[in-house]
Design a protein around this ligand. Sequence first.
Ligand code: FE2
Ligand code: FE2
Length: 345
Amino acid sequence: MSVTLEDNRRTAIAVKLADMEATQNLLIANEKALIEACPDREISNRLESFLKDDQKNLGIINTVIVQYGIKAEVKPSVRKMIEKATEAMESSELSLFEKVAEHELLKHSQTMAGLLVHKAGQVIGADIAVAITPLNTVNFENRAHQEQLKGIMEVLSTKELTGQEADQGLWARVQDAMAAVSGIAGGLITHTDNEIGICDLIRLDHTKVTSLFKQMQNSNDPHKLEECFGQLYKDLSAHAEAEEEVVYPAVRQYYNDMQKLYDEQAEMKRVLEQIKEMDTADTEQFKTAVVALMNAVNQHVEEEENDMFPRIKSNFSHEQEKRLATEFKACKSKIQDQCLAEQAK
Ligand SMILES: [Fe+2]
Ligand SMILES: [Fe+2]
């Protein structure tokens, strides 16, 4: 019996992340439409700042999906919900207040989705927590947007129902509510997504892989071993391929031992295939093979971090490092898309 690479619980979270990405695109489209329709300066300024946050957060969600390492299709019911919401936003039957109210509901469901992915991830494995940490920023900003949307709804509904202006102290109240939210979640913010360079991005992958090895070392449950190995197989394969396609060729001229890194990865891929054919029910034999792989991977990681990284740091500008990071991420994403397409066959 060979190892099954798919795991239902991990796939379920991948679907949730795909849903979040689709919803994020809808939030952005809604905000553009609302800005267009809104005559109030204070409100449209706030919507403009949501839009800026949400465009940045779409990038963060993309990054989290690639770090998570499994792609999935959006759930059909979510796709339908998005179609209906898009229609509602375009409809002339709804007032501006009603459209903002719809948008607030959507924000709420996005906030909840982010929090639930976080909670579910914690139950499954520490490697998921590593991958989805940047979602904290998205969740926190969505909470702050919700507080402001409540204020916007108050202004619009008062106007629509009474023809009068809302209570003067409204925005001060909103400010207080946002401060309370940031007191809880503010410390979790990471603003590194667009700034991250190639070395940090590679290190993130290494940390995730280390976490998977640790979970396997600490478990004798064949199912847990199978689940972690499935993820490790995917992560190491995509990581190595993206390094070989993007990073190694760029660094080659500054690094003498490059062939060694290629050779080590070729050997690693061979061992991955070998372990994939083993049976996790024979726990001892399986774990012995995994420990041998772990030692080889650790040594390879050390060479990259201690020898290759300094070469990158001393020969590439921060801009170049960021560009390599973007290419590395795109390459991994492409590999994960291919995986998804193969599964669908
Ligand atoms: Fe490598
Ligand atoms: Fe690496």
